[in-house]
Design a protein around this ligand. Structure first.
Ligand code: BES
Ligand code: MN
Ligand code: ZN
Length: 505
């Protein structure tokens, strides 16, 4: 899909030739002198249209407009969440119509915030995303959006902020769609080898390089914990190292670590059959890291980012890891594997140790780690764990700004009690209670040498039910977080200069 941003008022948007026109009407709407404005004002007055988010009125070839169909939709006070609600309703209404929407114009009747523009782009992309890799017929049957024009009436002063938000949003869409694509692919179309190939092809993009390690190199590094998970599978493991170099080498990178279990059967601690198919998205964390790099290549911010992806299958088999086995991690700590289904932490711990060599500014791991996190937070917010208030704050804020929400969870040491083992330095599971937190406490033992945060996306990376499929989360959150580190630096610089000037005066 193709997005463009145009500075146009309602009259200007109405003059664009398109299959469908969506008009976002906020409570503070003030009509101009044009026909479409007039129509909106009349409908509002008659009560046939309300500014309440999602309330809509569909029109056919409205007079004075060049569109086929038009949907006038209430967008509340124009807050990002309300814009999202409005566009989801409008897209639903358009989809149920007979004609296909190849060219869509979405017009803000009142000046939107930068965040509202960002959310509009992501909502429209979400609504029109289609998975076709193993279902090519879906593409033939669907009428997909070809071109979307966002029309915004705006003052010159906000133009650059809106353009920047728009550019970020369009790049985010590319990242989100890449993450969705890989998480949606069934495990036989997304093996560790194929995932590594996808990472490698990212290195054709600007400022990105990629290195892929196989079983031999990983053994040499001493990643005994990661290797133990992979040993039950016929598919060889891969350890993917992606780097995005947008700033001087001296600038410490942020490291993203993505869990890349391409299929999680549970291993010898086998999962029940029901819904086991969904465990193909157990590489959702890895997919989000790939997506972030895809977007970084487009935005080219002045930052350094490293992406680490340990990827393998978790299978039962003659060679598989058994409950009670003790493995030695790259950190030297021994781990008693009490449950082979708690495999995510076993591959992540070695990747966290590997991250030390980059002397990172911060490390964020992203993992579909626990069912317990889904119980705790459902599908709305990802679980956020960090001992650093500053890092936690930055990630929470990035979540709010991108509407890719997370929620901070505790890390008290008491939660680690259950991880004690008589046979190793640590066990890989605690008790039944607080499972998302004990998992985080396990990881924390391997993250002592840098600022660290953990995002449990088990509930947010995937949707079950009729709309079953990957969400592409938390690509939006991560990008917002990474880009903010760049912005903060600029702001900090300006501030120092101001202070020093004040000092001179
Ligand atoms: N990949 C699962 C977690 C998961 C569950 C993700 C549901 C998405 C939806 C993870 O490897 C796992 O199996 N975790 C176990 C841990 C337990 C054995 C301590 C779980 O959550 O049951
Ligand atoms: Mn598991
Ligand atoms: Zn898993």
């Amino acid at each position: 899909m193709n997005f463009e941003l145009k500075t146009l008022d309602l009259a200007g948007a109405a003059a664009l030739k398109c299959d469908a026109l969506v008009v976002l009407v906020t409570a503070n709407f003030k009509p101009g002198a044009d026909a479409l404005s007039n129509q909106v004002a009349l409908a509002l007055k008659a009560g046939d249209l309300q500014s309440k988010p999602g309330k809509l009125l569909a029109l056919y070839r409205p007079m004075g407009a060049q569109c086929g169909r038009a949907v006038l939709v209430g967008a509340g006070d124009g807050a990002p969440k309300q814009v999202r609600q409005a566009l989801m309703a409008a897209m639903g209404a358009l989809r149920s119509g007979a004609a296909g929407e190849k060219k869509l114009v979405v017009c803000f009747a009142t000046e939107p915030s930068a965040q509202a523009v960002q959310v509009a782009v992501s909502t429209l992309a979400d609504a029109s995303y289609l998975y076709t890799t193993t279902k090519p017929k879906a593409a033939a049957d669907a009428v997909t959006l070809g071109r979307v024009t966002l029309a915004v009436p705006l003052a010159d002063t906000v133009k650059s902020a809106l353009t920047q938000a728009f550019t970020q949003a369009v790049a985010t869409v590319a990242g989100v769609e890449m993450a969705k694509e890989w998480a949606n692919r069934p495990a036989n179309h997304a093996t560790p080898t194929l995932l590594a190939q996808a990472a490698r092809s990212l290195s054709r993009l600007p400022k990105i390089s990629c290195e892929v390690l196989g079983p031999k190199e990983v053994a040499k590094l001493g990643m005994g914990s990661f290797m133990a998970v992979a040993q039950g599978s016929e598919q060889p493991l891969r350890f993917i190292v992606l780097t995005y170099s947008g700033a001087a080498k001296t600038q410490a990178p942020t490291v993203l670590v993505g869990k890349g279990i391409t299929f999680d059967t549970g291993g010898i601690s086998l999962k029940p059959a029901a819904e086991m198919d969904e465990m193909k998205y157990d590489m959702g964390g890895a997919a989000s890291v790939l997506g972030v790099f895809r977007a970084l290549a487009e935005l080219k911010p002045a930052i350094n980012v490293v992406g680490l992806i340990p990827t393998c299958e978790n299978m039962p088999g003659g060679r598989a890891l058994k409950p009670g086995d003790v493995v030695t991690s790259m950190s030297g700590q021994t781990i008693e594997v009490l449950n082979t289904d708690a495999e995510g932490r076993l591959i992540l711990c070695d990747a966290l140790t590997y991250a030390e060599r980059f002397k990172p500014r911060a490390v964020v791991d992203i993992a579909t780690l626990t069912g317990a996190c889904v119980v705790a937070l459902g599908h709305v917010r990802s679980g956020l764990f960090s001992a650093s208030d500053e890092l936690a704050q930055q990630l929470l804020a990035a979540g709010e700004a991108s509407l890719d929400l997370c929620w901070r969870m505790p890390l008290d040491d008491e939660y680690a009690e259950g991880l004690k083992s008589n046979f190793a330095d640590v066990a890989n599971i605690g008790g039944r209670m607080g499972g998302a937190i004990t998992a985080a406490k396990f990881l924390q033992r391997f993250a002592g040498k840098f600022e660290w945060a953990h995002l449990d996306v088990a509930g947010t990376a995937w949707k079950s039910g009729a709309a079953k499929g990957a969400t592409g989360r938390p690509v939006g959150l991560l990008l917002e977080f990474l880009l903010a580190t760049q912005v903060t630096k600029v702001v900090a610089k300006t501030r120092t200069r101001k202070t020093s000037l004040a000092g001179q005066a």
